[in-house]
Design a protein around this ligand. Structure first.
Ligand code: AMP
Ligand code: ZN
Length: 465
């Protein structure tokens, strides 16, 4: 089946073909580093991780650019409130952002350009718009004239009939009702403190929208394949990006626009006032592992709202245990006879996994195939109908889908020999009826993420998820 995505621009599921044959160029809107990122942000970044991992699975080379917004109203306000420089303030959240990405197993983009080091590119773009008569200046501020760009509204499908000619807005975020000429460059004023750049446009700083137009085109070219963000980015941010880029170049900016629906918490919009607002760090601090959070963020289709619940985290943990136990036990299985069924099961899973993801990244369908496969291979094992070669092909199939899912527990530094030694020590203590020592060893292992299980055939262990 051909790879298809729902394109916000066309409102239909369209077959995906990159502009260059084997190479996908994609841009995803990144964090504004004024605070720790929240789990809603990571819902969007996780969808983008699925997208880039799956494109690579399909054999494409991917060049992925994600911006870091390190100058805007919120970062300036934050740094001034703490009386530190803008850089010092944003550095802390930049670092935290990358730590969080790593914790969640989100693959790194190829390039993370920062707004503050790309001011000349933004100035150049504003000047191109001025030269074409699409931008104009008022008191050192520069605005985009939407009346000069007839295609304005093509992404968000907004109705411009009620628009007042010449109305202007300077804030970066606003509702559709306030559609109007928007700021490309903002003249310095006292509220900006010592944050400004002296440029050919005068003393000031860029608007948020111009940042993404300038940095995406710098690294990906005037026209590229995919642009993503959460649904809140459609208007005004992405609408404005199209206007700026296509206004300046006269070329089509992006072929595919993909947007993820928002995450809500326990059925309600996430908000500090509802007391249901969480950063990733807060969720991990409650004892949930990053892998469990990864699984919850990944496994709802990106075009559906994700209802994040604590029950959902527990269910995800069980499914992950099943997947990990399966993989570990398969590795320990010596192999038996072959009934020839295993290859059918393996191939059916791989084909189903791909068909589902080809269909607009249907992750639930893909996972359904994976869990059917686990059930069937376990059955073949129990029936002694899985040969060593078939076992190895089943392991290879899991390794293949793992490049997309990334659900296997990582080694956590506790060596198997160390574990075996401690289990022996515990068994010795139990033999001597020294249960205090035996329990102490069990707790010590548990603290290090190792769970013991006493079975008739001896003590087994596994890593906690
Ligand atoms: P921001 O830092 O607010 O610009 O957001 C960064 C990214 O997170 C953008 O792509 C937003 O669309 C996305 N985002 C913000 N809130 C949510 C949410 N509750 N659920 C999913 N994505 C979100
Ligand atoms: Zn952006």
């Amino acid at each position: 089946m051909a790879l298809r995505f729902t394109n916000t621009l066309t409102r239909t599921k369209d077959e995906f073909k990159p502009l260059e044959e084997d190479h996908v160029r994609m841009y995803t809107c990144g964090p504004t580093v004024y605070d720790f990122a929240h789990i809603g942000n990571f819902r969007t970044y996780m969808f983008e991780d699925l997208l880039r991992r799956y494109l690579r699975y399909k054999g494409y080379r991917v060049t992925h650019v994600m911006n870091v917004t390190d100058v805007d109203d919120k970062t300036i306000k934050g740094s001034m409130a703490q009386n530190i420089s803008l850089n010092e303030y944003t550095d802390r959240y930049k670092k935290a952002f990358f730590e969080d990405l790593d914790a969640l197993g989100i693959e790194r983009a190829e390039i993370y350009p920062e707004a503050t080091t790309h001011i000349p590119e933004m100035v150049k773009l504003v000047k191109a718009l001025l030269d074409k008569g699409i931008a104009y200046a008022v008191d050192g501020n520069y605005y985009f004239s939407i009346a000069k760009f007839p295609a304005y509204g093509k992404l968000s499908h907004i109705d411009l009939s009620g628009l007042k000619a010449g109305a202007r807005i300077s804030t970066d975020e606003y509702e559709k009702e306030s559609a109007s000429d928007f700021a490309l460059w903002k003249a310095w004023d006292t509220a900006d403190g010592d944050v400004f750049w002296e440029t050919e446009l005068g003393k000031g700083r860029p608007g948020w929208h111009i940042e993404c137009s300038a940095m995406s085109m710098k690294y990906l070219g005037d026209s590229f394949d995919i642009h993503c963000g959460g649904v809140d980015n459609i208007f005004p941010h992405h609408e404005n990006e199209i206007a700026q880029s296509e206004g300046a170049t006269g070329k089509r900016f992006v072929n595919f626009w993909l947007h993820s629906e928002h995450l809500i918490v326990e059925g309600r919009k996430m908000s500090k006032s509802f007391n249901n607002f969480y950063t990733l760090r807060e969720i991990l601090g409650k004892g949930y592992s990053p892998l469990v959070v990864r699984s919850v963020l990944l496994t709802t289709h990106y075009r559906q709202q994700l209802n994040f619940t604590f029950d959902g985290l527990d269910a995800a943990r069980n499914a992950l245990e099943r997947y990990n136990d399966f993989y570990k036990n398969l590795g320990d299985y010596p192999g038996g006879d072959s009934s020839g069924e295993a290859d059918i099961v393996i191939n059916r899973m791989l084909a189903g996994f791909e068909d589902n993801l080809d269909d607009d990244l249907n992750i639930s369908g893909a996972l359904g195939e994976v869990f059917d496969f686990i059930r069937d291979i376990n059955r073949l094992k129990a029936e002694d109908n899985l040969s060593a070669e078939e076992r190895d092909r089943a392991i290879a199939a899991v390794s293949k889908i793992e490049t997309v899912l990334h659900f296997l527990k990582k080694e956590d530094g506790v060596l198997e020999s160390e574990i075996a030694e401690l289990i022996q020590k515990r068994n010795g203590a139990r033999k001597n009826r020294d249960f205090a020592t035996a329990d102490k060893v069990r707790d010590l292992l548990l603290e290090r993420g190792i769970i013991l299980e006493d079975t008739p055939s001896g003590t087994k262990w596994k890593r906690k998820i």
